[in-house]
Design a binder for this molecule. Structure first.
Ligand code: IPD
Ligand code: CA
Ligand code: CA
Length: 273
């Protein structure tokens, strides 16, 4: 029997306070995800945020649903969300970071690779992370020290230790004109050294794919906290490693990320000098 939103996303042996936060994030992600799936085949009202950066009415409505759900379950915890620009400055130590629809371009084109991403940062460290894709009804979730899970099962990164046997994900920045030389330089060095590269179009889900072993690594240069807060924890809790492209400790407020299965981390750092 299908589990309800309140039953999904429970990690055994996870402290009760963390479990409560995880349950809140899962409930919000599942609710918004169901709504997004329902909207997928309807016409969209598209607003441009830049020449290729778009937002639909579904992003905004999903965001409102998530905020209402989190506020009900975890009153008092601030929320930073992508589409509410006023929320981008948060004074609190601990706050939710929400991408209501990661992969909006895919969503708007009916390309079925997008997700809801909800992370909880505490003094900059991710404590809880949830990425939910309604297309395949896959709920990825993690809590610090409690592992990473997909639906009912624990997940782990791959053991691939040779670049030539690896599948690597990436993404392209919206400010592509400015960033094109760097994007091309990275691809030029990477492509001959790996089995293949994927640009699937939803960074939070790409990170979840590293966590569950569908990708061996992922990198991107212009991301925001809502793209990575949840996926960062998924990768680390699944046994992977996350740094900047120069190997510095990662922060969700640093735009560039390299997330790998650990075994390939050094080799990938050498690709991006
Ligand atoms: C975008 C997606 C995309 C990545 C962009 C992100 P959005 O998020 O994650 O894969 O390449 O950098 O901004 O705009 O669809 O939420
Ligand atoms: Ca995003
Ligand atoms: Ca988004």
């Amino acid at each position: 029997m299908e589990k309800t939103g309140r039953e999904r996303g429970i990690i055994p042996r996870c402290p009760e306070d963390t479990r409560h936060l995880l349950r809140a994030a899962c409930r919000a992600a599942l609710g918004a995800g169901a709504f997004i799936a329902d909207q997928m085949h309807r016409p969209h009202r598209i607003t441009m945020k830049g020449s290729i950066d778009l937002v639909t009415e579904t992003d905004v409505a999903a965001e409102a649903m998530i905020c209402a759900s989190l506020a009900e379950d975890t009153p008092g915890i601030a929320i930073m969300t992508e589409e509410r620009v006023a929320s981008h400055r948060v004074a609190a130590d601990r706050f939710w970071v929400v991408d209501p629809l990661d992969g909006t371009t895919n969503f708007a084109h009916g390309f079925p690779f997008f997700a809801v991403s909800i992370g909880l940062l505490d003094r900059g460290r991710p404590e809880v992370g949830v990425v939910y894709t309604p297309v395949s009804n896959e709920l990825f979730y993690a809590a610090r020290g409690c592992g990473a899970w997909l639906n009912d099962r624990p997940i782990a990164v791959t053991g691939t230790d040779r670049l030539i046997a690896s599948l690597i994900g990436t993404g392209f920045p919206y400010a592509i004109e400015e960033r094109l030389p760097q994007v091309m330089r990275h691809l030029e060095r990477l492509l001959p050294r790996v089995r293949d590269v994927r640009r699937a179009g939803a960074a939070a889900l790409d990170l979840a794919y590293v966590a569950c072993g569908r990708l061996d690594g992922f990198y991107e240069i212009d991301l925001k906290p809502w793209d990575t807060a949840a996926g960062w924890l998924l990768v680390e809790e699944a046994g992977g490693q996350v740094t900047t492209l120069s190997g510095q400790p990662y922060s969700a407020f640093i735009p560039e990320i390299l997330a790998t299965n650990s075994a390939l981390h050094r080799q990938l750092l050498d690709v991006f000098p």
